[in-house]
Design a protein around this ligand. Structure first.
Ligand code: ATP
Length: 454
């Protein structure tokens, strides 16, 4: 089988598992779906939350030089006028006159040097024209043009607009950063590749302000920090590519931009951009609003507009990378010597949606069930656990393998001390990846598991 076919089959299996196990559903599915919009199910929401929590922990809480904000989604038109989005945040669009499809001009397949419609193969295409990607909405009851507000196309702008308020209240000195995680909206012409390119998505962005002479060095520093981040959630460096964005492709105000890319089954594609944006954004907002957005350096007594480095990552794209990275099919031999395929999501324990499955060996044995509920109550305040008493124990393990749960805890007759009093209050701890099992004291479980998932 060709690599392309293999990869597309792999992607199909991943999408099907995500629906079957409750990671991701199509939004408004029962009404035919809303193109480019997705809902996260019970497992997906936990995975996504763990990712965002870890980002917030290492980018904000564990640092002295970064604070967070949570800005509004609805954005004043003037903000996005000043930032350049209203005039230039567009993709080139063409229409196919044959099948009426709207297409991105820069993504059309070519045959014999002629661009074609990917839907019908038609060659009768309109000239390319810019299509603005912002969603606008009407504020209040007035129909005046002034009543237009935008759904933000990125989280960054509220950080720039609130720069002075944060500076005055958090009392930070340069270099320091302001971080934000939140929804962003882009009316993508062709949403595609599952949740990779959607119309509603989440970003994790840091704007790290500095003196102009620190910019280049900090750009390299943040690229390295961000690569470490992906390693720490289970995406090794060998699976990431760093693209140095060429002068021609970079925004005119940027002094350097790297794209961090991941090898998705559908190709090597961007997860995050790390850009040195100079003083462009703050200068634009200072000029347009007439409000000072500069910084007073107490040491040199100089006033200037800080420069900024922006690591901007997509939550949903990273979730998809985590899912693609985790998905493994392997052949294993069961107790009866029969070989079977095991589907296992090898999530890093730090991001795994469920940390431990808790299984009483038999559901009709009150003592086993009570003990299992005790273990559940012991672990619950610290982590997401899942209690399951139905079906054969092997099937219960497999279900958790597919959910990517790193640990299985089985409460059996040894736990009750019925056979060997020395084993009373111990459980079987099963490891997802190696399938190895060991005996562990119940009282040691919280520390043992926390150590693995923190
Ligand atoms: P692309 O070139 O893929 O459209 P971009 O360069 O326009 O992305 P940025 O504006 O730099 O993206 O946004 C920062 C990050 O936000 C991206 O690296 C990506 O992870 C995420 N992102 C941007 N657009 C989308 C989208 N439509 N769906 C999901 N995530 C997105």
């Amino acid at each position: 089988m060709t690599d392309a076919k293999n990869n597309s089959q792999r992607m199909e299996k991943i999408v099907s598992l995500c629906k079957r196990r409750g990671f991701i559903f199509q939004a408004s599915e029962i009404y035919g779906g809303l193109n480019g919009v997705w809902d996260y199910g019970p497992l997906g929401v936990e995975l996504k939350r763990n990712l965002k929590d870890y980002w917030w922990r290492v980018m904000v809480r564990e640092r002295d030089d970064v604070v967070g904000i949570d800005g509004a989604i609805l954005t004043h038109r003037a903000v996005l006028k000043a930032s350049g989005h209203e005039d230039t945040f567009s993709d080139p669009m063409v229409d196919c006159r044959t099948c009426k499809a709207r297409l991105r001009a820069d993504q059309l397949p070519e045959k014999n040097n002629t661009k074609q419609c990917p839907n019908c193969g038609g060659k009768d295409l309109t000239e390319a024209r810019p299509f603005n990607l912002m969603f606008s909405t009407q504020m209040g009851a007035s129909a005046e043009p002034d009543a237009i507000a935008y759904l933000r196309p990125e989280t960054a702008q509220s950080i720039f607009v609130q720069f002075k308020n944060v500076l005055d209240t958090a009392r930070k000195k340069l270099p320091f950063g302001i971080a934000q995680i939140g929804k962003a909206f882009r009316n993508e012409i062709n949403p595609r590749n599952y949740i990779f390119r959607s119309r509603e998505f989440e970003q994790m962005e840091l704007e790290y302000f500095c003196r102009p002479d620190q910019g280049n060095e900090l750009l390299d520093y943040w690229l390295e920090e961000r690569l470490k981040f992906y390693e720490n959630i289970g995406i090794g460096r060998d699976r990431l590519h760093v693209l140095t964005v060429s002068d021609a492709d970079r925004a005119f105000y940027s002094k350097g931009t790297f794209d961090i890319e991941y090898e998705f089954p559908f190709g090597v594609q961007e997860l995050e951009g790390v850009a040195y944006r100079t003083d462009y954004d703050l200068t634009q907002h200072q000029t347009a609003s007439g409000k000072p957005l500069d910084y007073f350096d107490e040491d040199t007594k100089a006033r200037f507009i800080p420069h900024v480095i922006e690591p901007s990552a997509g939550v949903d794209r990273t979730v998809l990378a985590l899912i693609c990275e985790a998905y493994v099919e392997e052949t294993v031999t069961d107790e009866k010597g029969k070989s079977e395929t095991r589907i296992v999501m090898r999530f890093h324990p730090r991001v795994a949606p469920i940390k431990a499955g808790i299984f009483p060996l038999l559901k009709n044995q009150v003592a086993l069930v009570e003990k299992a509920r005790e273990v559940q109550a012991l672990l619950r305040p610290h982590m997401n656990v899942f209690y399951d008493e139905t079906g054969a124990i092997g099937r219960r393990y497999r279900r958790q393998d597919e959910a990517g749960t790193p640990f299985g805890i089985t409460i059996d007759f040894e736990t009750l001390g019925e056979r060997d009093p020395a084993l009373r209050d111990t459980v079987t701890l099963r490891h997802r990846d190696s399938m190895k099992q060991e005996r562990v004291q119940i009282r040691d479980l919280p520390a043992r598991l926390l150590n693995a998932i923190l």
